[in-house]
Structure formats: C-alpha cells, structure tokens
Design a protein around this ligand. Structure first.
Ligand SMILES: Nc1nc2c(c(=O)[nH]1)N[C@H]1C(S)=C(S)[C@@H](COP(=O)(O)O)O[C@H]1N2
Ligand SMILES: [Mo]
Length: 395
C-alpha cells in the first residue's frame, strides 16, 4: 500500500458540517483588512513602539537597581526626562495599534486546521504570552500612571517580568513570521489590488495613526512644555500643585508631618567619613547656597522643571571628609515606604548640581515637596529625588 504525501493529518480532519457556520463558515470575515499585509504593517509599527518602550523601561530599571557594571551619568541633566517620557508615550500610543492588530488577526482563531505541524503549534502557542503579556503591560502601565492599583502584586516587579516575557514571545513571533513579513512588506501595492469591500487599508492606517497621534498629543504635554495646555488625557498636569508643580507623595501620606516641622530637625552626614556632622536648618541655610534649574521626572511620565536652591551634596561630603569616590545613601524622615531612601552613585554624589534643596522658586520648600530639605539632582528618576532628607550615609 502506498501513501501519498497529501494534506497533513489535521488538514484532512474537516470540521463537521454543523460547525462550519458563524465564524467557522467560509467567507465569514470579508473585510480585506484581515489580511497578512495589514497584519504585517501593523506588526511593524507595534514592533517599533514596543522596542522603544522596552529599551527605555529596561534603562529605567537599571538606573533604579544598578548592577555593578552599570553607572548612570548625571548629564545631560534632562536625559531621564526624555527616556521616561518616551517610555510612557510609546506605551500609550501602542494601545490603539495593538487593538487594531488584534482585530486584524482575530479571524485566525477559527482557521482550519487549528494546527498544521509542530512548528505551527509552537508559533500558535507563543501567541498566548505575546497577547496576554502585551495586554497586561499596557493595562498595568495605564493604571500606574493613574495611580490605580487594583491588584495585589508589586507593580514594578510585575510590569518588569511581563516585559521580558512579552519581548521574548515577540522575538519568537517575528522569527516564525519572518518570511511572510518580508514578502508582505516588500510587495509593491499594485500587486495587491485595492480591496473592494469595506474600508481601504490606507484609510484604516490613517484612522489608527490618527487615534495614536491623538493619544500622544493629549498626553505628551505632561512632560513636553509647549504641549502643556493639550495634556487633557494625562492624569497629571505638570503645572498644577503646591508651588506650581505636582506632588507625588504628601507629607501626611508619608507620615512625616510632625518630624518635618520639628524645630529640633537635624541633617546628619555619617558613615564612612572622617568627621560625622549634623546641621540644623539654620546651619544649612548659613552654608554657601547654590542654584540649579532641574526637572522632577517621575517614572509615571510627568516632568516639571523648577528652580532649586540649596547646599551642594559635594560640599557636605567634603566638610565631613568623605572619600573622593564615595557613594551615598540618602535617607528620609519617612519611616516606612519603598521610596524613603535612594542611592547617589559616585558621579551623582559629585555633580555640582546635586543639591540638598531648601528652597524652590524662591520660597522655602512646601512641606509636600520635602520641607525642610530634599535631594534634587540632574538626570535622576523622580523616585530617587528623596524628600524630607534626614541622613546622608556615606558608603
Ligand atoms: N521620602 C520620599 N521621597 C520621595 C517620594 C516618597 O514617596 N517618599 N516620592 C518620590 C517620587 S515618586 C517623586 S516623582 C518625587 C516627586 O516630588 P514632588 O512630590 O516634590 O513633586 O518625589 C520623590 N521623593
Ligand atoms: Mo514618581
């Protein structure tokens, strides 16, 4: 008996007639926007957005949890504002593109045979982490910038692990689809006559680009000054708050109202120093003051640039006799909470604009902005600009 190499086992298993209705019926999805070509172009746009979002997110993670080989520079002063602004902007813009892509390809959920061979099975299985991961990242990201945490896990850890899973699955997906992608992106348009039914591909792309552009325009103003008035969809306006800029955590939220107002407040400089020192607020004010215009660049995507005045960290370190290449732990009066302390690497500790700020825009700090003293330095994530500073521990 000779077997011919016909269609695969699965392909020969035709679904029973009564299942070939609705989405399973032939011609159920008529719009030619459900084509490989549309999927490939949307995939390209989504791939570019996801890669920028992933790289900038990874960078933000490295800055906040630096491994031994990584030392984030303190210049240019506004670099983190740009990378984190890009992270949030590309994440938001990818939402309409992802939805369009899912809509374009969802008819394949009903394609027959469901599995052709092992490779096809693996390709289909990799779609699960890709789709679930993307939706998870975009949902948790949007919730985070709205300071809404309807879950039990720690947001940065969950968001970070999901990013690796999603990017891994994306690479597998691109690998599996490489041939199709190349063919579809290279075809001249006349080889694919314009679709006769429904919306044309050109209009569909224009619609998605319009929505993505609209989302970007109405949120980017949270960090881009000229677009401020347009930031209608951004959860925070960078010019609204005490002293003209937002507050991330209030003094009462951090439980420091009493300690921050205590006249016996002192700032300690200790650890690996020749002379441990401590200063009252009046003593800090009597030291040479330095001014710098620096942004608060929150990881949630908003940034506000303001004028700070205070004592250079480098001067305090020199007074205490710290080593030239010292790193410094900055600790807050705040007793508990993840952002009660932050680390200055060697470069940041030595930068002339890294300050223990006492004033902002010509006034003493508002208590919600860190009165009596806060850290402010160039090119740092907002979470590392510790408020209500109590202790500089030289490492
Ligand atoms: N002690 C302490 N400092 C802190 C925080 C905090 O929760 N506790 N939040 C940080 C975050 S996330 C940001 S974005 C900035 C915001 O500073 P602002 O509230 O003065 O705008 O403060 C940082 N400093
Ligand atoms: Mo922040």
């Amino acid at each position: 008996m000779v077997r011919d190499a016909g269609p695969s086992f699965f392909a020969r298993l035709k679904p029973p007639e009564r299942f070939r209705r609705g989405p399973f019926g032939t011609g159920a999805f008529r719009s030619s926007l459900h084509s490989e070509r549309t999927a490939a172009w949307l995939g390209l746009a989504l791939g570019v957005l996801f890669i920028i979002c992933f790289v900038t997110g990874l960078l933000s993670h490295l800055i906040q949890h630096p491994p031994a080989w990584f030392e984030w520079p303190s210049r240019p002063a506004g670099l983190y504002r740009v990378t984190q602004g890009l992270h949030v902007a590309t994440g938001l813009a990818s939402i309409p593109v992802l939805l369009a892509k899912l809509w374009t390809v969802y008819p394949r959920l009903w394609s027959w045979p469901p599995v052709r061979d092992l490779l096809h099975l693996m390709e289909r299985l990799s779609l699960f982490p890709l789709v679930a991961g993307s939706l998870f990242l975009l949902f948790t990201g949007v919730a985070d910038i709205g300071l809404w945490y309807p879950w039990r896990f720690f947001f940065p850890a969950g968001h970070y692990s999901a990013a690796w899973i999603t990017i891994g699955a994306m690479i597998v997906h691109i690998g599996a689809k490489a041939t199709i992608i190349r063919t579809e992106l290279n075809h001249k348009s006349d080889e694919h006559p314009a679709p006769s039914q429904g919306m044309s591909r050109r209009r569909f792309f224009a619609l998605i680009a319009g929505v993505a552009g609209g989302v970007t325009l109405t949120t980017l103003g949270q960090t881009l000054r000229p677009l401020n008035p347009l930031a209608l969809l951004a959860p925070r306006r960078p010019d609204v708050g005490p002293q003209g800029f937002p507050v991330n955590k209030t003094a009462s939220g951090a439980g420091v109202l009493e300690d921050a107002r205590d006249p016996a407040y002192r700032l300690h400089v200790e650890g690996e120093v020749a002379r441990p020192l401590s200063f009252s607020l009046a003593e800090l004010q009597a030291l040479p003051q330095h001014e710098a215009t620096l942004p608060i660049s929150c990881v949630e995507g908003w940034s506000a640039s303001v004028r700070w005045r205070g004592v250079r960290v480098a001067s305090l370190l020199a007074l205490a006799g710290a080593a030239e290449n010292a790193e410094v732990m900055i600790e807050s009066l705040q007793a508990v909470g993840l952002y009660r302390s932050s680390e200055l690497n060697r470069i940041h500790a030595r930068d002339r604009d890294t300050l223990i700020a006492l004033e902002v825009n010509g006034e003493p700090l508002h208590i919600d902005h860190g009165y009596p003293a806060r850290l402010i330095g160039p090119n740092r994530p907002g979470v590392m600009q510790t408020k209500w500073v109590h202790r500089l521990v030289v490492l």
